[in-house]
Design a binder for this molecule. Structure first.
Ligand code: NAP
Length: 281
């Protein structure tokens, strides 16, 4: 079994992005990503710092704004203010958000031109018809991993575990567009095991450690693990690695697989927003 090196893929993408910025003669200002969070916990802070570090290394300015002490109205005003700010290109809201039982309400205030996470309702609704908008970074990372490893997916049966708007739904669309036959399973699916067993590739994004075990997959399967769950301070994916080496041909592990690639795909969305912004101003 071969192990996919997500860090290496991420570095290659990061180098390409650095070059894109260096060669961009469109503007005398650098691209800028604004990260909005609300009293981030330790885990969220790890993610925020990883995004900031990678962005700054590439040449993207960042700003982190903690809205934890603001009222809901002030939080909305702040998002609107960043929307209007010509020096920023992308806005992301780091979840969880304290004051919103449904964070989508605040996310939907982000203008679609700056929605580099691709999570506003208007962006989600347009994803299938308007490719100029932003696809969420995690499904883009899965596609980048597939491409970087020369995995041929046209005509292959791919099972996507999970149907969230962050991962499963957009991924289904991207895989189908690339010619795969896509099966989607979720918590209500009755014949999950049967569908996984007939799949050439399984992408799991359920957030359930140990969900996919060796007896459930076919010989030479390719496994891409998106799941991230912290258990006793350890980060676990959805795939139970026990004896998997003898069954799978290729696996994207957790940690070190999809995660680092997701960060750089987010930053590629920021550069896409930047290029569009400076072309219009
Ligand atoms: P989510 O919104 O909670 O969605 C989870 C999906 O998994 C749902 O569609 C759910 O089905 C399905 N599911 C849950 N239990 C299942 C089971 N036993 N069998 C089959 N399907 C099951 O989570 P998400 O935002 O998509 O994230 C999924 C995982 O990926 C999480 O662990 C998250 O931390 C991780 N993640 C990783 C990255 C990265 O960069 N590596 C980025 C984003 C997310 P229902 O729809 O029926 O509830």
């Amino acid at each position: 079994m071969n192990i996919i090196d997500g860090k290496k893929i991420a570095q290659i993408v990061a180098d390409e992005l650095t070059q894109q910025i260096a060669f961009s003669k469109l503007s005398n200002r650098p691209p800028k990503l604004v990260i909005i969070g609300s009293n981030p916990d330790a885990r969220s802070l790890v993610y925020i710092k990883a995004k900031i570090k990678r962005a700054e290394d590439i040449g993207i300015d960042t700003d982190f704004i903690d809205i934890g002490s603001k009222t809901r109205d002030e939080q909305i005003s702040l998002v609107e203010e960043v929307n209007r700010d010509n020096s920023s290109d992308g806005i992301i809201i780091q979840l969880p958000l304290d004051d919103w039982s449904d964070p989508q309400e605040l996310i939907d205030y982000i203008s679609k031109e700056k929605d580099v996470d691709g999570l506003t309702t208007s962006n989600q609704n347009s994803l299938l018809v308007d490719e100029s908008l932003f696809t969420p970074a995690t499904p883009l990372a899965v596609m980048k991993i597939i491409e970087s490893n020369n995995i041929k997916i046209a005509g292959k049966t791919v099972c996507v575990v999970g149907r969230s708007k962050l991962v499963g739904k957009p991924l289904k669309y991207l895989l189908e567009s690339a010619g795969a036959n896509v099966l989607v399973v979720h918590s209500k699916t009755k014949n999950t095991n049967e569908l996984i067993l007939k799949s050439d590739i399984v992408v799991s994004a359920a957030g359930k450690p140990g969900l996919i075990s060796v007896g459930m997959v076919k010989e030479n399967v390719i496994l891409i693990d998106v799941g991230i769950t912290e258990v006793d301070g350890k980060i676990l994916g959805d795939i139970d690695m026990n004896n998997m080496a003898e069954k799978a041909s290729l696996i994207s592990p957790v940690p070190g697989g999809v995660g680092p690639v997701t960060v750089v795909m987010l930053l590629s969305n920021v550069i896409k927003a930047y290029n569009r912004s400076v072309a219009h101003n």
